[in-house]
Design a protein around this ligand. Structure first.
Ligand SMILES: O=C(CO)[C@H](O)[C@H](O)COP(=O)(O)O
Length: 224
């Protein structure tokens, strides 16, 4: 199992002071910046694109930036995010006409590639591309908005994904996104996740360092 990563979703950050807020959450102990890209087409919301990713890099953010594409089509925006300094780029298989090609485009650009699965989407798309995947992201809410409730069936799906990763023998991160908080993070880790996206639970807390430390304390008690 890889070390646990806490990945605050900047969907819940203060967009008017994004650089400062990202600095603050990283200084508070976050490992990864989770960057939600929504196009008002694949999902019913509109957020940020490659220019903002590039601006964060120019501002001085050196932590990994984990770009979650909730866009359709996928391929024409991949190159822009590679240029903008993304570290991970993940996309939804049903949003790409050619999943293998999209994964390869990401990897050819030197980024880590991953697939994202909505709560009701099966993991079947992984079958022939496990060798190209560096991250599997399970949505534990329907994508589009922060602040939703964790969907409990994600726990079984995490166990299923963890078994696939173990069978592959590869280092693949297993990320979960949606409704992650202090009360459920331990159970989510026990089901197999190693990377935890949390938006409202972190950015709505009065003290980012305190909530991240509490999350790590929960993770320290994980029993497998
Ligand atoms: O991708 C997302 C929604 O599509 C967000 O990353 C996710 O919902 C995180 O927010 P919260 O922790 O508040 O649920």
């Amino acid at each position: 199992m890889q070390p646990y990563f806490i990945a605050p979703s900047i969907l819940s950050a203060d967009f008017a002071r994004l650089g400062e807020d990202v600095d603050k959450v990283l200084a508070a102990g976050a490992d990864v910046v989770h960057f939600d890209v929504m196009d008002n087409h694949y999902v019913p919301n509109l957020t940020i694109g490659p220019m903002v990713c590039s601006a964060l890099r120019k501002y001085g953010v050196t932590a990994p930036i984990d770009v979650h594409l909730m866009v359709q089509p996928v391929d024409r925006i991949i190159g822009d995010f590679i240029e903008a300094g993304a570290s991970y780029i993940t996309f939804h298989p049903e949003a790409s006409a050619h999943v293998d090609r999209s994964l390869q485009l990401i990897k050819d650009g030197g980024c880590k590639a991953g697939l994202v699965f909505n709560p009701a989407t099966s993991l079947d798309a992984l079958k022939y591309v496990m060798d190209k995947v560096d991250m599997i992201l399970l949505m534990s809410v329907n994508p589009g908005f922060g602040g939703q409730k964790f969907i409990p069936s994600t726990l079984d799906k995490l166990r299923e994904a963890r078994a696939l990763i173990s069978a592959s023998g590869r280092d693949i991160r297993l990320e979960v996104d949606g409704g992650v908080n202090l009360h459920n993070i331990r159970a989510i880790a026990e089901a197999g996740a190693d990377t935890f996206v949390a938006g409202s639970a972190i950015f709505n807390a009065p003290d980012y360092a305190e909530v991240i430390a509490q999350m790590r304390a929960e993770l320290a008690q994980v029993q497998k």
